[in-house]
Ligand binder design. Structure first.
Ligand SMILES: [Zn+2]
Length: 119
């Protein structure tokens, strides 16, 4: 079972990395951090409407980048746990995370009960 979960984690990691690479660069200084590329060139003073639109688009990208980055961190974290043989243990109550939950969210850090308490 864990083998299968590891596979899906690795697959997800590859997908996330690919998505991030399409509009962001890996931060060379901070590990696990990504920097969104500003995708537009030649902002001109005479096209204020267009500029505002571009800035809005960039801000959207930033929030997407943040979400993907956090997810990737969780996945790396889970892969690390598999390596250290403590995968599938709730970080809060230290009980085993339900396998049903892991199948849906293989990078889960907490069991269902704890994660419900948090939200
Ligand atoms: Zn728990």
């Amino acid at each position: 079972m864990q083998k299968q979960l590891k596979k899906s984690l690795e697959k997800e990691k590859m997908k996330l990395t690919k998505d991030l690479k399409s509009f962001a660069n890996k931060d060379t200084e901070v590990k696990g951090n990504w920097l969104t590329r500003f995708p537009f060139f030649g902002i001109s003073r005479s096209h204020d409407d267009e500029n505002a639109e571009r800035i809005e688009e960039y801000e959207n990208l930033l929030s997407v980048e943040h979400t993907l980055e956090l997810r990737l961190k969780d996945i790396n974290n889970a892969l690390e746990k598999i390596k250290n043989n403590n995968y599938g243990i709730c970080e809060k109550c230290k009980k085993e995370i339900e396998i049903k939950r892991l199948k849906i969210v293989p990078e889960a850090k907490q069991c269902l009960i704890c994660s419900k308490e948090n939200s």
